[in-house]
Ligand binder design. Structure first.
Ligand code: SF4
Ligand code: SF4
Ligand code: SF4
Length: 283
């Protein structure tokens, strides 16, 4: 049975047995090679659930907002599962209130139907770290699609050139905040960019304000980013956010041996400390 049929079958069973109040999944999009989130609460509607390589949204975004509904099932790619693990670690949702339907991930394609998204080309976690039902086979997926690395080029440059590249990317940003709004880990009720007391950044188009937004958002996602790439895909200006995110991820790995959302039993990285930490700042 293909993954889509299995997802529909699992959703029908969960709704029929009243094991969950709702299934969040992907439905057909309004254009070819697109999908849109769907919220199914009746068994008769499970045929609306689709699965293909254009399931670009990270639907875990909706879990904290819908938790009043009761237990919810969610169709989640392995990277989305990593953010679900982070949301549980941060006590935004409860593990026993979510049923995770996942699968070994073949990777997402851009709208051309051929090119693998950069985040997928780099993905090292193609099996979900935790799940309740798994559709398809539990095997690591091989990557043989063309590799588009917008990060390697950045890190091959000297610091002054990197700064110019970063500034050039920031000048493309129109500060629509679609990247933030697509991210399940950006769940603050009031984002620092919208605070007026104190005001952290100006509302105009100064590139320094844009830089502050992106640098602070990157720091806020340290140890919490599931590498789903939903932020980059949401951007209407094709701003290359990958180098900043990658540097933060590597720092978390090298300094704290932490990879976000891969260990459901680990505490959230920035919510813990060791009294005997080797770094000076803790003494
Ligand atoms: S980042 Fe990995 S898990 Fe996520 S969609 Fe891409 S290949 Fe799948
Ligand atoms: S920062 Fe981007 S890649 Fe990381 S969890 Fe948020 S949307 Fe996904
Ligand atoms: S989605 Fe793109 S243009 Fe909008 S704020 Fe984010 S980086 Fe800037």
């Amino acid at each position: 049975m293909d993954i889509q049929s299995e997802i529909q079958k699992i959703a029908a069973r969960l709704l029929k047995n009243k094991e969950v109040a709702m299934v969040i999944g992907y439905g057909a999009g309004s254009a070819p090679n697109r999908t849109a989130p769907v919220f199914i609460d009746k068994e008769k509607d499970v045929g609306k659930l689709v699965f293909n390589r254009f399931c670009v949204n990270n639907l875990s975004l909706y879990l904290p907002r819908l938790k009043e509904k009761g237990k919810i099932a969610i169709v989640a790619k392995p990277c989305d599962v990593r953010t679900i693990v982070c949301l549980i670690q941060e006590k935004q949702i409860e593990r026993d209130k979510v049923h995770i339907i996942s699968f070994a991930c073949p990777g997402l394609l851009e709208k051309d139907g051929k090119t693998l998204f950069a985040s997928c080309a780099e993905c090292a976690v193609t099996l979900p770290p935790v799940y309740d039902t798994l559709s398809g086979e539990a095997k690591e997926m091989e990557r043989n699609e063309p590799f588009t690395d917008r990060v390697a080029d950045f890190f091959s440059k000297m610091p002054a050139e990197r700064w110019e590249m970063f500034k050039a990317e920031m000048e493309k940003c129109i500060r629509c905040y679609a990247c933030r709004n697509a991210c399940p880990m950006c769940y603050c009720e009031e984002c620092f960019v919208e605070r007026s007391l104190p005001r952290w950044i100006g509302e105009g188009s100064e590139v320094t304000d844009t830089m502050i937004f992106h640098i602070v958002r990157a720091i806020h996602t340290a140890g919490r980013c599931g590498e789903c790439g939903a932020c980059a895909r949401a951007c209407p200006m094709d701003v290359n956010l990958a180098p900043l995110a990658k540097q933060i991820r590597e720092d978390m790995l090298n300094l704290f041996h932490h990879q976000a959302g891969v260990d459901p039993n680990a505490p959230a990285a920035l919510e813990t400390f060791k009294p005997d930490d080797y770094n000076d700042f803790i003494k």
